[in-house]
Design a protein. Structure first.
Length: 271
């Protein structure tokens, strides 16, 4: 009962006591090479995820998406660590210690292999409808568990479109990023936003957050999808206010002694 006992917002647990956690078996393999003599060193540690990437399945049902994530879609073999149904049902398909195939060629800040440093969570949703309350309740509980166990910075919860803006547009504009932020996950602007000062560089703020600028139009679409719920490619006055506010939050957190994630510490690409 770790998730329920330690979750910071008990009201989210209401109605979820009957939620079924499905553990899907994964193939076992030996960690030892038969060509070598096993002389173990104690100096190692397991993979520690740095990022959580949220997707929607674009499928018609939990069962359909589960089958795809255990086989393939039109682009080839795919998987994710978790699949959450509309009713809050959680299935685990890949061990947290292993690398699921969910983020393709995505990048985030200094990271160029998102699959190797992230946990992928798929939400059963067709992309054209709101996400159900039981589903988001279950997601919040899962995020609390993952960020606590792996010490993932709570700001480092992003969407598939954020890390792979050229090809992806999930989760859709229906996804409740603000609700996640109310529970401490992700990066979200304040209610009252100051006007961005003259000379403010919005692209520098985007890079600081983790976005790639290899295709600026795609990046702007991803940013607008996440923070405005649409797919616009032109920054308006509200976008500038949002970016200025988020940039300030990142700098203030660093000044207050909260460690910046390794994504934000990484070398930023020029624009």
């Amino acid at each position: 009962m770790f998730l329920i006992k330690h979750f910071a917002h008990p009201r989210v647990v209401t109605g979820l006591l009957g939620t079924l956690l499905v553990l899907t078996p994964v193939a076992c393999r030996s960690p030892r090479n038969s060509l070598a003599e096993w002389m173990p060193s104690p100096n190692f540690n397991a993979r520690r995820p740095q990022l959580v990437v949220i997707h929607h399945t674009a499928g018609a049902s939990f069962e359909y998406s589960l089958k795809q994530l255990k086989t393939h879609n039109d682009g080839g073999p795919v998987s994710a660590h978790y699949l959450i149904g509309r009713n809050g049902r959680i299935a685990q398909l890949v061990s947290d210690d292993d690398r699921a195939w969910h983020a393709g060629t995505g990048t985030w800040g200094a990271y160029r292999d998102i699959n190797s440093i992230s946990i992928g969570i798929e939400l059963d949703n067709n992309g054209a409808e709101p996400f159900s309350s039981p589903q988001i309740d279950a997601l919040l509980i899962l995020l609390e568990d993952l960020t606590s166990r792996f010490r993932i910075p709570r700001t480092q919860v992003v969407g598939h479109a954020d890390v792979e803006p050229v090809f992806k547009a999930d989760p859709s504009g229906f996804f409740p990023w603000k609700r996640l932020a109310e529970h401490g996950f992700g990066l979200w602007p304040d209610e009252n936003l100051q006007e961005a000062p003259a000379g403010f560089d919005p692209f520098q703020a985007l890079v600081l957050m983790g976005y790639s600028l290899k295709d600026k139009g795609a990046t702007l679409r991803a940013f607008r999808l996440h923070y405005r719920g649409d797919r616009g490619t032109v920054l308006d006055e509200m976008d500038l206010r949002i970016l200025f506010n988020l940039q300030g939050k990142i700098y203030r957190n660093a000044s207050a002694g909260d460690p910046l994630s390794s994504v934000q510490k990484g070398k930023n690409e020029p624009h």
